[in-house]
Design a protein around this ligand. Structure first.
Ligand SMILES: *[C@@H]1O[C@H](CO)[C@@H](O)[C@H](O)[C@H]1NC(C)=O
Ligand SMILES: *[C@@H]1O[C@H](CO)[C@@H](O)[C@H](O)[C@H]1NC(C)=O
Ligand SMILES: *[C@@H]1O[C@H](CO)[C@@H](O)[C@H](O)[C@H]1NC(C)=O
Ligand SMILES: *[C@@H]1O[C@H](CO)[C@@H](O)[C@H](O)[C@H]1NC(C)=O
Ligand SMILES: [Zn+2]
Length: 716
């Protein structure tokens, strides 16, 4: 594993985290570096997920200062203005050169740091990031004062200007930007240094999110221990940052104003180019919801059987601490206690890969072969020379798998500490899909060298992963002797997928639904937490294990909230990957609607030039056109829609429906009491089963009766 402890003492860490977080939040001129969906990684069915991998966990926060400014002489962009003499085209040409150069410098510095962590590389990375922000700011000012931009000749030029002029927080004044960075900095410092004490041994403290708490949430089946970890983590993180968050919201909205958006919500929606984005997403969710409810009801039944009906009631929302994950965002870790057909395990080809003597490089050669078989190009020599495929022994490397575009049209690299196993086989394909995307749009202007919208990069990588993980493909690679047709194996496979991808959807939806409400001032600080739980109940059908109040700030227990990184893209990419996969599979003739011998979930696009040509068509446009047009031209879809996902999971959906009928499950959920109260006196009461003020219902013990009385007396 990757050990970054050497770097921990250093003060600059935290600022770096902030700057990176900030650059990620910006839809344009973003660092062209892609990681697997860090919200939900990995997304493949057949291995244990590590769903909250965040590259910045384990970072220590201490007092820090912003590093020295770079010398004036290094900043060539000061000359850009001179190029502008009323001619937009020559301005763009000058910008093109400068933006690429600035980007290359910055990416190179980040690469040097992440592949060789020490004080020197860290400082350089920080300075490079700051220089880049200053560059963005300078371009933005230039465009703001350029005038005459209204009568721009063509829409493509207009789009370039538009994208250059949306720079996010970098538009703030230096003072404001400093405050904004410090606020995020302080919140992440809380997040990254939080630790809790063990449940059964109060003198054993210092348990960190990664790996300790994630492991307990994944593996423990002790209700009280899970509840302890769930509440303590929130006490040590979110609860301490509510004020900071509110201040950050105000600055973030100011930055949005400077970018000519009403609020941060509009700024985040901008790259999705939809006049009614929230409605589009709500519609897409409505399409998925029936499937989610079937899954939810089935999982609730299995958990009721496991923990007892007094704790998991028949019609109530699910208690969020027993879902195998700190936030309930992926339920993969409770596969073992809920699987449809115990013992009917799906494929894991890891032993076979080892037996056949695969090395990490071989894994990437396999990935290359996959894309070549689709009529996409081989990886260039520079790629093989520059990339890191194995963890080096002579230096510290941040091991999160990632794909890098050095903005110069030829240098593309992957950084991954690969092992020989099935998970990394699929991740290698995923990362290489990013590289193919980079290569496909490399001839676009710099501002358009990006996904068609912020979800496309991941969606394409994940769509490839869906194909590579099928038994059919693994058989083609000679890693499985014969593929067995077995319904039980099939259902288990789809179920494992569903625990990850379907359970994730309402979670991702709520993350930004809540933030949009906050940024748009629909809810104020005095409602932050309870509004969060209202949405969690409404969309996810889950509830906190103990009564919450406004003294808590549970959204802050999830990394992307203090880091202020948008989450919408994860929701969109989870849907979009199935739309793209469906189009590729239809082109490959591997999926035929209505033909039960060719179901979507068994499709492998290996060796299909037709699929590859569609992929190229999707990718080569970058963000130069609206994503709807790009999607339409390649796939015939022009909107986000849930039908492909429903189609993929069809056999599981039928199975779940029958199973829920068989056991007479109530599908859906009913609100069963207060989950969150304004007043602080009632916070943190340990209440089983979830009916905090619904005491007229059945209760199992005197203890619960007592608690019910207590609660109803105080809270009314
Ligand atoms: C790592 O960084 C240090 C400090 O800049 C440098 O001296 C060393 O050569 C680098 N190592 C590699 C392998 O690049
Ligand atoms: C606490 O629980 C963990 C697992 O739940 C166990 O490994 C450990 O031995 C226990 N410690 C004590 C002091 O009981
Ligand atoms: C700012 O937004 C308004 C209305 O949305 C628009 O008319 C104006 O042109 C925009 N200004 C810039 C500089 O983009
Ligand atoms: C393969 O891709 C090239 C473009 O790179 C295209 O011109 C060619 O027609 C494709 N071949 C097939 C068989 O589709
Ligand atoms: Zn990725």
């Amino acid at each position: 594993m990757c050990d970054i402890s050497n770097a921990r003492k250093s003060f600059v860490w935290v600022i770096w985290v902030v700057l990176v977080a900030q650059s990620r939040a910006s839809p344009q001129l973003d660092l062209p570096q892609y990681e697997p969906n860090s919200a939900n990684y990995p997304q493949n069915p057949s291995f244990i997920p590590n769903p909250n991998y965040s590259p910045y966990n384990g970072v220590y926060a201490t007092q820090g200062t912003i590093p020295q400014q770079t010398p004036e002489a290094d900043r060539g962009y000061k000359d850009i203005g001179k190029a502008y003499r009323g001619d937009v085209r020559s301005l763009l040409q000058a910008l093109e050169l400068q933006a690429s150069q600035q980007c290359t410098n910055n990416v190179a510095a980040q690469w040097n740091f992440e592949t060789n962590v020490n004080q020197a590389t860290q400082l350089e990375a920080l300075q490079a990031q700051q220089t880049y922000s200053e560059f963005q700011h300078a371009v933005w000012e230039l465009l703001n004062h350029a005038g005459n931009l209204d009568n721009i000749p063509d829409s493509r030029t207009f789009r370039q200007i538009r994208y250059y002029s949306v720079i996010g927080p970098a538009a703030l004044t230096p003072d404001q930007l400093d405050r904004y960075n410090r606020l995020i900095n302080d919140m992440l410092a809380i997040y990254n240094t939080a630790s809790v004490c063990s449940f059964n041994d109060h003198f054993h403290c210092g348990l960190k999110l990664q790996p300790d708490l994630n492991k307990i949430m994944a593996k423990s089946r002790n209700w009280d221990e899970l509840q302890h970890v769930w509440t303590e983590w929130r006490r040590q993180t979110g609860q301490k940052m509510k004020d900071l968050y509110e201040q950050m919201v105000r600055l973030s909205n100011e930055a949005a104003n400077l970018n000519n958006f009403t609020t941060t919500a509009d700024y985040w929606s901008f790259p999705f180019e939809s006049p009614a984005l929230e409605l589009d997403l709500e519609d897409a969710w409505t399409e998925i919801k029936p499937l989610y409810e079937l899954l939810h009801a089935y999982v609730r039944r299995r958990l009721r059987e496991y923990y007892g009906p007094e704790r998991v009631s028949r019609q109530a929302p699910l208690p969020s601490h027993i879902l195998g994950n700190m936030w309930g965002q992926s339920w993969s870790n409770i596969f073992d206690i809920t699987q449809p057909y115990p013992g009917q395990n799906f494929l894991d080809v890891s032993p076979e890969m080892l037996k056949q003597g695969y090395t990490p490089i071989d894994v990437f050669r396999l990935a290359e072969d996959f894309f070549v078989s689709l009529n996409l190009s081989a990886m260039p020599l520079d790629f093989w020379q520059g990339s890191i495929f194995e963890e080096p022994r002579d230096r510290v490397v941040l091991c999160t798998p990632s794909a890098w575009d050095f903005c110069n049209r030829r240098d593309f690299r992957i950084k991954m500490c690969a092992n020989v196993n099935m998970k990394d086989l699929i991740t290698a394909h995923h990362e290489m899909a990013h590289i193919h995307y980079f290569m496909a749009y490399k001839n676009q202007p710099k501002v358009f060298r990006d996904g068609a919208n912020p979800a496309f990069h991941e969606a394409i990588g994940e769509a490839i992963g869906l194909s590579v993980g099928t038994p059919k493909h693994l058989q083609a690679l000679g890693l499985v002797p014969v593929s067995v047709e077995d319904t039980a194996v099939d259902i288990n496979y789809l179920y494992q997928m569903a625990l990850d991808k379907i359970a994730f959807l309402p979670f991702a939806f709520v993350m930004d639904k809540w933030r949009y409400d906050v940024f748009n001032s629909k809810v104020g600080k005095e409602e932050y937490n309870c509004h969060w739980h209202i949405l969690r109940e409404q969309y996810q059908g889950i509830k906190p294990p103990v009564l919450r109040s406004e003294i808590n700030f549970d959204p802050g227990s999830k990394y992307h909230i203090p880091a202020n990184i948008p989450y919408l893209r994860y929701f969109v990419s989870t849907l979009l990957q199935f739309q793209i996969y469906r189009a590729l599979c239809q082109a490959a003739g591997q999926y035929v609607p209505g033909d039960y011998t060719k179901p979507l979930h068994k499709c492998d696009i290996y060796r299909s030039k037709e699929a590859g040509n569609i992929l190229r068509q999707l990718m080569e446009k970058g963000s130069s056109q609206s994503w709807r047009d790009v999607l339409f031209q390649a796939t015939g879809d022009s909107r986000l829609d849930g039908s492909a996902l429903r189609e993929y999971f069809r056999p599981l959906e039928d199975w779940l429906r029958n199973e829920n009928l068989r056991t007479g499950e109530f599908v859906g959920w009913l609100y069963d009491g207060d989950y969150c109260k304004q007043s602080i006196e009632t916070a943190g009461l340990q209440v089983y089963g979830g009916f905090y003020n619904a005491c007229s219902q059945h209760f199992a013990s005197i203890f619960i009766l007592f608690v019910c009385l207590l609660v109803s007396r105080i809270t009314r």
